[in-house]
Design a protein around this ligand. Structure first.
Ligand SMILES: Nc1ncnc2c1ncn2[C@@H]1O[C@H](COP(=O)(O)OP(=O)(O)OP(=O)(O)O)[C@@H](O)[C@H]1O
Ligand SMILES: [Mg+2]
Length: 233
């Protein structure tokens, strides 16, 4: 599903260059939920941006569903983000003047999904994230945890193959964060999507099938199994 091979990314040149990613390689099997962990500045956001086509590596390849993301032009990247890869950001990234339902439906509008079908999908997704009763509220009228659930529903709207989330619970209190992560875990399963989620919270890691640990731009170690010991990859 996802195959990262020999990815390097540095910022700047000469002795002051920052090597944010050094020879990063790993694979994710379809339907896996992987937690990406590492200290601040270890390269998590850089890696997620390279995988999602928001940034280009200096070298290496990223295959999403067999497509080399690093070889796509701008049009190809736009299509990739519209059809196959979805992002959830720490700051939710919802459009303030749109209702929860309109936010969730926005990617479908972009993909020119007919109104009736769009409404059905939006309803189902809001149901899935437990916000059916909040469809008409705007982001400003929702709690942080609810906003992030809307963002998750929106990310899933166009049925992406890969969901990337960069510290999706970073702005939430521990309890709300955990419930959002548990929800994400559930929808990853029910929608059959592959997810790569960066987080600072060790308790969140327990919910993941896989843990990918990064330090100083290098992958440290990868645990292929859950705490329970069953191999899910
Ligand atoms: N656009 C940029 N220009 C220069 N340096 C950058 C840029 N983006 C990231 N870096 C550097 O690359 C390194 C990795 O940064 P990155 O944002 O990927 O870390 P992170 O693991 O996401 O950290 P955090 O947990 O704080 O979000 C850092 O040293 C950072 O300063
Ligand atoms: Mg980051």
């Amino acid at each position: 599903m996802l195959s990262v091979r020999g990815v390097h990314r540095s910022f700047g040149a000469g002795p002051s260059a920052v090597h944010a990613l050094r020879d990063v390689s790993f694979d994710l099997a379809p339907g896996t939920m992987a937690a990406l962990i590492g200290r601040s500045g270890s390269g998590k956001t850089t890696l997620l941006n390279v995988i999602g086509g928001l940034d280009r590596p200096d070298s290496g390849t990223v295959l999403v569903d067999g497509t080399d993301v690093t070889a796509l032009d701008e049009d190809g990247l736009s299509r990739l983000r519209r059809d196959r890869v979805a992002y959830v950001f720490q700051t939710f990234g919802l459009i303030p003047v749109l209702s929860a339902a309109e936010n969730v439906g926005a990617p479908l509008r972009l993909a020119r999904v007919p109104a009736a079908e769009r409404e059905r999908r939006v309803e189902l997704l809001l149901e899935l994230v437990g916000l059916a009763d909040h469809a008409r509220q705007r982001p400003g009228e929702l709690s942080g945890g609810q906003q992030q659930r809307v963002a998750i529903a929106r990310a899933l709207a166009a049925s992406p193959r890969l969901l990337i989330a960069d510290e999706p619970t970073g702005q939430l209190d521990a309890e709300t964060g955990l419930s959002v992560m548990a929800l994400l875990r559930g929808v990853v399963e029910s929608e059959g999507v592959t997810a790569l989620v960066s987080t600072h919270d060790p308790t969140m890691v327990a919910l993941a099938d896989r843990v990918i640990r990064i330090a100083d731009g290098r992958l440290e170690g990868q645990l292929g199994e859950q705490a329970g010991g069953q191999d899910v990859t």
